[in-house]
Design a protein around this ligand. Structure first.
Ligand code: AMP
Ligand code: ZN
Length: 470
């Protein structure tokens, strides 16, 4: 299995630290509002990567944190006149609802900063003792010059970073690139006791601490959006490697941005759509599918048209599954027949399955893997009919479902998701027959067209109306 490692800037073979195990840490959201579809991207892509490892038999220990103390949370709390905890708890709950609706598996651990303060203080103490950090009036800074490899992830050179910004040098810091590990309490802010006075942790330290506590000093994969490469992940490496004297993460994976009109979607720019709002227009499974239609490192543009196109594509898969279920329920023959055994379909499906795996093992190319699923849908639709045996149909159904499950794209959403089931199709056909009888051809055509939009084709035959999947 090959994956692109941001650290080495190349695709590498995946070799786990421990046989058959994957230790994976994904940076989670800062919880001061509903998550937008950009934030949903790391949720969905790294969940899919986890699912693929599990499909290949790996035991995955998956940790994703919540940043539940931060300036933005505190600002919002002050605006609403409530404690920061009220805001954080509210948006953790909402993020969990969205993640579940997007079929994201629960992490093995989902730690929160405010519950890890003791360990955070301990790591900062170690860094101070080892002269990798220093305190100035209640603020603790990490000394980036003390870590010779600073800049190795982002490819930035320390001198370049410093020279450009020397003029703005913060008086308290020794070097411009030094960053805060602990900051003193300001009036009205949530704070904890520490050896440096009351205060709270800086942002970067939490992930070094949580990764160590829940996964150990060395992990296989560390992931997040590409905006985290610098400074967040660069700083995590500095903290962890100075503290533990071990390579922190073997592979660094970063997803590309979801853009709107070629600009990164972000809360601060105001050009964002929350997952919750998009889900009012299309079902959650379509949002997941939309995200997986692009390669995880490539940028994707969000638009209503793209979302509609994803919906239509996913409906083709769902309709194939619904059709198989319908045929299974009405099959006249139980066991697979000799003719069915002679068909090439299983061999052809197997070829596509192999390609699916090859694509996934080439840095998780979900986009091409989805193309394989469509090829299988096409094969199934053109092979099955009313005379197919139950066993044969069931075998095909299992094939398509198992591949969809690897990507997590076929699941029950709570919404009325507009895909049509066979009962609804039969009802609409009856309504159309009724309309024709009453010479209401306009209504009859409308019904036929609305079914066509969902990929259902009606044929008027001497034996009555027959429907099939487009
Ligand atoms: P934040 O809450 O800003 O810390 O973001 C949570 C996660 O979402 C991080 O992994 C970010 O890199 C990622 N992220 C934020 N905006 C986008 C975007 N527009 N496209 C893709 N990923 C994003
Ligand atoms: Zn992080």
């Amino acid at each position: 299995m090959k994956l692109y490692n941001t650290l080495t800037r190349q695709k590498e073979d995946f070799i786990p630290l421990e046989e058959n195990k994957v230790k994976m840490y994904v940076c989670g959201p800062t919880v001061y509002d509903f998550i937008h579809i950009g934030n949903a991207r790391p949720y969905v892509v790294f969940d899919t990567i986890r699912r693929y490892f599990e499909y290949k038999g790996y035991d995955v220990n998956y940790v994703q944190n919540f940043t539940d103390v931060d300036d933005k949370i505190i600002n919002r709390a002050n605006n609403e006149g409530v404690d920061a905890k009220v805001i954080a708890d509210r948006y953790i709950e909402e993020a969990l609802k969205d993640a579940k609706a997007l079929n994201v598996k629960e992490p093995t651990y989902a730690p929160r900063v405010t519950q890890e303060i003791k360990e955070i203080i301990e790591m900062i103490q170690t860094l101070i003792e080892q002269k990798n950090a220093y305190e100035v009036d209640g603020t603790v800074f990490f000394d980036t010059v003390s870590f010779k490899e600073y800049g190795k992830l982002s490819g930035k050179k320390l001198d370049e970073l410093e020279i450009g910004s020397r003029i703005k040098l913060d008086e308290a810091k020794k070097n411009e690139t030094d960053f805060v590990l602990w900051k003193p309490k300001k009036e009205g802010e949530i704070a904890w006791q520490s050896p440096w006075g009351e205060g709270r942790p800086g942002w970067h330290i939490e992930c070094s601490v949580m990764a160590k506590k829940y996964l150990g000093e060395e992990i296989d994969i560390h992931a997040g959006g590409e905006d985290l490469i610098f400074p967040h992940h660069e700083n995590e490496i500095a903290q962890s490697e100075c503290c533990n004297h071990k390579t922190f993460a073997k592979y660094w994976l970063h997803n590309g941005f979801i853009n709107i009109e070629n600009e990164k979607m972000s809360k601060s720019k105001g050009n964002f759509f929350t997952v919750r709002d998009i889900a009012k227009e299309v079902p959650y499974d379509v949002i997941r599918f939309f995200i997986l239609c692009g390669h995880y490192r490539a940028p994707i543009n969000f638009s209503r048209e793209a979302m509609e196109a994803s919906k239509k594509s996913l409906d083709r898969v769902k309709n194939c599954v619904n059709n198989l279920n319908h045929l299974i329920n009405n099959a006249k023959v139980e066991n697979i027949t000799e003719e069915e055994k002679k068909l090439n379909i299983f061999k052809n499906i197997n070829n596509y399955k192999n390609t699916f795996e090859e694509e996934m093992e080439n840095d998780f190319n979900t986009s091409n893997a989805i193309t394989c699923i469509f090829e299988i849908v096409r094969l199934i639709n053109s092979t099955v009919n009313d005379n197919s045996s139950k066993e044969f149909l069931q075998m095909l159904l299992n094939e398509i479902i198992s591949l969809c499950n690897v990507l997590g794209i076929l699941y029950e959403t709570e919404q009325n998701n507009n895909t049509i089931n066979e009962k609804e199709i039969e009802e609409l056909i009856a309504k159309r027959q009724e309309a024709k009888k009453n010479k209401d051809y306009k209504l009859a055509d409308e019904i036929r067209d609305s079914l066509k939009l969902k990929g259902i084709i009606l044929r008027d035959t001497s034996a009555g109306v027959v429907w099939s999947i487009e």
